[in-house]
Design a protein around this ligand. Structure first.
Ligand code: GDP
Length: 471
């Protein structure tokens, strides 16, 4: 009704305009930005967003090339359960403490950094693709490289495949760590063969993906693995400007009795200093103290440094971005605006992508890629659907199968869909456990079918902009 007043048209006209876009709205409903633009166009009005200054007021410094210095790579470790992710992370950290400066007891703060020669590598200490993709879903692209651990005494497992899909969907290079080679029944070649069958050819076999045989138990191959990480990082030419206000992302946060909120963050660029005014997600505060993972007090933290800080007025979520402000009031204001926006957003409809929404956008010509996560009951139907879906690609719209697999639709599938703007197609499978709940919350479209023909037809209709909204 507000929009109707602004454009001086009857509110019923707005409602029917929305209906023609497949949206059932009421008078008091808030419309998202994109819908507003389209609706206004119908009535020959142009939309200018003046209320959207919240994020824009966060000034982004454009770095000059001469301001940039090389920064350490940030690594996430992924892989199938029990293949040795935690063991690898623990081994690397412990090895570093023995050589390390303080020799103190390490504390789990969610991330740590190690020295390799005169270089550094930062590790996110929450292994697994769920954590990785959950951060991406919140907008944080923190990881530069992914190490995928695959046990040499096992096959390439479903979660190994998931990890590969999640890394690929994020466009992050992979290094394989073939683990447990100390075991008598270890057969690294079996893993490598299976990877090659998935078109993942490692360097040793003439491909371009790095791989290292390791034992996270006894330490074999780990120095070589770290060397390969540094080599890969060099190719990526990771750089950041240390001489500006810090920006980065939240890794984890907890309430520490007596000390307040302890928040682990990763500085991605700039330098964070004691006394800085920080805004992270919906929370703000002055940095009162900073620690590394060995409990050492820090005064400053530069690019690619994980640190725990005290001083925020609440616990932001993993993957929230943070910024530093010169003025405490400004940080506070934005924090409270964000809280307010979030409350409003939760009453909005149609935030994320549904198949109907895809159809609408395709019809408008502003949609180029259709990302799909495909789960099925048997390999045959998954492959058949993959083929048919991919064949639907046209010159205008590319159909991407981000991940496919046999089995129920999992939480991790939903997360990947959120982070990558994908829809989920299930063939003879349903969402499992919490997956449905999260999908509802994140408004991820899950379509389940038991007839291949129906699945293909729906997708085709959506791509032709003809799909009627699901009731
Ligand atoms: P995660 O679930 O991937 O984090 O796996 P963990 O690191 O917890 O390891 C699962 C099990 O495998 C544990 O019992 C480890 O002790 C064992 N393990 C991990 N790495 C190795 C290794 O290199 N050699 C051997 N023999 N056992 C390992």
């Amino acid at each position: 009704s507000e929009v109707a007043t602004m454009m001086d048209v009857p509110v019923t006209n707005i409602i029917s305009a929305c209906m023609s876009l497949g949206m059932m709205v009421t008078m008091n409903q808030r419309l998202d930005a994109e819908t507003l633009v389209i609706v206004a166009e119908e009535f020959n009005h142009k939309v200018e967003f003046v209320g959207a200054e919240v994020e824009e007021s966060i000034e982004e410094v454009i770095d000059k090339p001469e301001d940039l210095i090389t920064r350490a790579p940030i690594i996430t470790v992924m892989g199938h359960v029990d293949h040795g992710k935690t063991s690898l992370l623990d081994y690397i950290r412990k090895a570093n403490v023995i050589e390390g400066e303080s020799g103190g007891i390490t504390q789990h703060i969610g991330a740590y950094s190690v020295n390799v020669g005169d270089q550094k590598i930062a590790f996110l200490d929450t292994p697994g693709h769920e954590a990785f993709t959950a951060m991406r879903a919140r907008g944080a692209q923190v990881t530069d490289l992914v190490i995928i651990v695959a046990a040499a005494d096992d096959d390439v497992m479903p979660q190994t495949k998931e990890a590969i899909s999640h890394a690929q969907a994020a466009g992050v290079p992979i290094i394989f760590a073939i683990n447990k080679i100390d075991k008598p029944n270890a057969n690294p070649d079996n893993v490598k063969t299976q990877l090659s069958q998935m078109n993942l050819l490692i360097e040793e076999w003439g491909g371009n993906i790095q791989s290292q045989d390791i034992s996270a138990k006894v330490g074999t191959g780990i120095p070589e693995l770290l060397e390969k990480v540094l080599l890969e990082a060099e190719i990526l030419e990771l750089k950041a400007n240390p001489n500006k206000n810090a920006v980065g992302a939240v890794v984890e946060a907890q309430l520490d009795k007596g000390r307040g909120y302890l928040t682990t963050i990763l500085v991605q660029a700039g330098t964070l200093k004691i006394g800085d005014y920080l805004l992270a997600g919906k929370h703000s505060g002055k940095v009162k103290a900073m620690f590394d993972d060995k409990g050492n007090n820090l005064q400053t933290a530069g690019p690619s440094t994980p640190v725990s800080i005290l001083g925020l007025d609440g616990a932001p979520q993993a993957g929230d971005k943070f910024n530093v402000f010169d003025d405490e009031r400004e940080a506070k204001q934005i924090a409270s605006k964000r809280s307010q926006l979030q409350r409003e957003q939760s009453v909005r409809t149609q935030k994320t992508l549904t198949l109907a929404e895809i159809g609408r956008r395709i019809a408008l010509g502003d949609f180029k890629e259709l990302n799909i996560i495909l789960k099925g009951d048997v390999d045959g139907s998954v492959e058949a659907l993959t083929d048919s879906f991919q064949k639907l690609s046209t010159e205008e719209i590319q159909v991407n199968i981000l991940h496919k697999g046999v089995g129920a639709i999992t939480e991790s599938d939903v997360l990947l869909a959120t982070a990558s703007d994908a829809i989920i197609v299930g063939f003879n499978v349903r969402p499992q456990g919490n997956a449905r709940v999260i999908a509802d919350k994140e408004e991820v479209d899950i379509r389940t079918y038991s007839i291949i023909y129906d699945a293909i037809n729906d997708l085709k209709d959506a791509m032709e902009g003809m799909l009627s909204p699901e009731m």
